[in-house]
Design a protein around this ligand. Structure first.
Ligand SMILES: [Zn+2]
Ligand SMILES: [Zn+2]
Ligand SMILES: [Zn+2]
Length: 434
């Protein structure tokens, strides 16, 4: 039997056959591979270069085209990021530039790159509410049915076509119902009303009743068949400033405060309740909200509302009170108090409310990574649309704000959704995460 010899690398206790040693210069295979990896890493670090794809480019349309181009992954290249986010560049587009991007998107779709084309159209619709009336017939031809919001501006002709197709197209029915919900004009409303009265034969194949689809587009049919919006408008972004700027409270004054800790405790887990937002009802973001007290305060248990909806009622002075209607959600009974959310004391002071409103569907496509936190506007559902029912009057509550928890805590994730029932002066908070 051949005698094994020790690997010559310092600290290694492996032994190898003399034949291996002859091939590797005395090292065992794991050491040999490790040394090759290290060598490669040294080479990459010594030879990596910065590549700025945006050098000399000032036209935002050209910048966006580059941003939408998949980057070749090469360890020897470090791509210099553009000074602004995709969202910021999209927001800077003039009407003419929006058209240019729209044409470019259609060109991509025609040449087989549906994904990029679709993404661009989605940004244009959410951030600028561009009309795709002319383009939609071509999207249909290409069998692009989603995201359904692209169909918001469909012509009457397309709408009629979809109203026919939904009866026969088993494969795309789900998407078509969503496109109809987004079109949401009088004729569509009438159709959903009719489906509710006498469900079509295909309704049994759906997970939810056809009229439930309207909630994905932010509206519902009331009991007496009227269209009712499920989110408040206008929409104002809630954005974060750098910690160093937080002393400058003059910018916001007293109109909003966020993420303050209450002296009241959660009856379920015992931790302090948090006021997610506290906004002056005279703020333009609440111009169409009917609230009886000077400030809209939305308070919750941040821990427990991630398990289920937490409702609050208002006392005569508008101070939030834990609602007797709250039902402890499954899982909330064995919360470890150690999991308590510990907010940086000043985090709320880093948030500002925008000076001007933005389009109401701006944050509605969560996956596009827009700035999500807002007061007013269509919610950015991480999962399916889920408006809580007011426990007092049994109607769906209206979405009034949302807070991206990734902006609040360093390792935070998911989204808190805030709702109100104006007649009952109740608030609710729910949570979704991917
Ligand atoms: Zn070794
Ligand atoms: Zn709790
Ligand atoms: Zn109510």
């Amino acid at each position: 039997m051949t005698e094994r010899i020790p690997c010559i690398r310092e600290g290694c206790t492996n032994t190898i056959l003399p034949a291996t040693a002859a091939k590797t210069g005395g090292y065992c295979m794991p050491c040999k591979q490790e040394m090759e990896r290290e060598e490669r890493q040294r080479y990459i670090e010594a030879n990596r270069r910065d590549v700025n794809l945006y050098a000399g480019i000032t036209d935002p349309v050209e910048v966006l085209k580059i941003m939408h181009e998949p980057q070749v992954r090469d360890p020897l290249i470090r791509y210099v990021s553009y000074g602004q986010s995709k969202e910021q560049v999209y927001l800077s587009l003039s009407a003419e530039q929006q058209d240019e991007m729209k044409d470019y998107a259609m060109q991509r779709i025609r040449t087989g790159d549906e994904d990029t084309g679709r993404d661009i159209l989605l940004y244009l619709v959410c951030y600028h509410d561009v009309s795709l009336t002319v383009e939609i017939p071509e999207l249909l031809e290409q069998e692009i049915y989603y995201p359904a919001i692209l169909y918001k501006s469909a012509s009457a002709e397309v709408r009629n076509h979809l109203l026919q197709q939904v009866n026969t197209d088993d494969e795309n029915r789900n998407h078509i119902l969503l496109t109809l919900a987004h079109i949401g004009d009088d004729v569509v409303e009438q159709q959903f009303r009719q489906w509710r009265q006498s469900p079509p034969s295909w309704a049994s194949e759906l997970v939810v009743a056809p009229e439930h689809y309207t909630t994905e587009a932010g509206w519902e049919l009331t009991k007496d068949g009227q269209r009712r919006e499920l989110f408040t408008t206008p929409s104002y972004s809630l954005y974060k400033v750098k910690e160093s700027e937080t002393t400058n409270v003059a910018i916001t004054g007293d109109s909003i405060s966020m993420l303050t800790s209450s002296t009241n405790c959660c009856p379920w887990c015992g931790s302090a309740l948090t006021t997610l937002i506290n906004l002056d009802v005279k703020h333009p973001a609440l111009q169409d909200v009917s609230w009886h007290t000077p400030r809209l305060q939305i308070q919750t248990c941040v821990i427990c509302s991630s398990y289920g909806v937490v409702y609050m009622e208002m006392d005569a002075a508008g101070e939030p009170l834990w609602s007797s209607h709250n039902v402890m959600p499954v899982g909330a009974d064995d919360i470890d108090p150690e999991d308590d959310v510990k907010l940086t004391p000043d985090v709320g002071r880093q948030f500002r409310i925008a000076n001007a409103p933005r389009h109401v569907f701006h944050a509605s496509e969560w996956a596009m990574e827009p700035s999500l936190s807002q007061v007013g506007g269509h919610p950015g559902w991480v999962q399916d649309a889920e408006y809580p029912t007011c426990p007092h009057c049994s109607t769906r509550m209206k979405a009034v704000a949302q807070l991206d928890w990734g902006e609040v805590e360093e390792y935070g994730e998911g989204m808190y959704y805030m709702f109100i029932c104006e007649p009952c002066q109740m608030t609710a908070v729910s949570y979704q995460q991917s």
